[in-house]
Ligand binder design. Structure first.
Ligand SMILES: [Fe+2]
Length: 233
């Protein structure tokens, strides 16, 4: 039985999501999946040039009404990913104010495993409007306080303030850290440690980033499964 550790507007942290056998099965599945660097084909500009080289595993969909065009396995996949999809749907239904209501606001989930080795990060961003929210589930065996890798979640940007910002200049965020991003958020964030068996539900309009996995983590990889709630078409 999971417990709610934090609840804010469009942010929920639930711990103890999966039972021991489900968690072990999911860990095995993630460990045995094939990975590729996120920049394998070309540089993915979601990540900055200094964000290291996270590894991405195979994607699956939850798409009960076949409303999305996809070329990857769909639920039920017959793998341990199904256990997580079930648990995420349950949490979403228990907290519909975070990511919306299944079948009304969102109609599917798109998810995949991620490995963030030491030195990797994901800089500040806001997820695309085609999603009503996202989730992250942490499944490494253990995580220590000074290993970094926290999920930082910021208050929503103030539209009035955004409108008063000077021009964006010519630097794209993935190439330069001199853009206006510091002014786009209130710089008091929630830092969520990537504790094992923890689920984070994140609603739309909440800028976030993954802190760099610290050198202290050494050979411990930040392993997660993350996904998006697909806005109903
Ligand atoms: Fe994101």
């Amino acid at each position: 039985m999971s417990t709610v550790s934090l609840r804010q507007e469009r942010l929920l942290v639930a711990d103890g999501l999966l039972g021991a056998s489900s968690l072990a099965a999911l860990r095995d599945h993630v460990a045995l999946s094939d990975y590729r660097g996120v920049h394998g084909q070309k540089w993915d500009r979601v990540w900055r040039l200094w964000d290291g080289n996270p590894q991405r595993g195979p994607s699956v969909y939850y798409d009960p009404d076949r409303r999305f065009d996809h070329k990857v396995p769909a639920y039920p996949t017959g793998t341990a990913m199904d256990l997580l999809i079930d648990a995420v749907r349950t949490q979403s239904a228990l907290h519909p104010d975070i990511t919306g209501v299944e079948g009304v606001d969102w109609a599917g989930i798109y998810l995949c495993p991620w490995l963030y080795p030491v030195g990797s990060a994901l800089s500040l961003h806001q997820d695309a409007a085609k999603y009503t929210g996202s989730f992250t589930f942490f499944l490494h065996l253990r995580w220590r306080l000074h290993w970094g890798g926290e999920l930082f979640v910021y208050p929503p940007a103030d539209p009035a303030r955004l409108g008063s910002l000077p021009g964006l200049g010519h630097d794209h965020p993935w190439m330069s850290d001199d853009g206006p991003e510091d002014d786009m958020i209130a710089d008091v964030a929630v830092a969520i440690s990537p504790s094992p068996n923890r689920l984070v539900l994140l609603g739309e309009d909440r800028p976030h980033r993954v802190a760099r996995v610290d050198q202290n983590a050494g050979a411990h990889v930040r392993a997660s499964i993350a996904g998006f709630f697909l806005r109903a078409p």
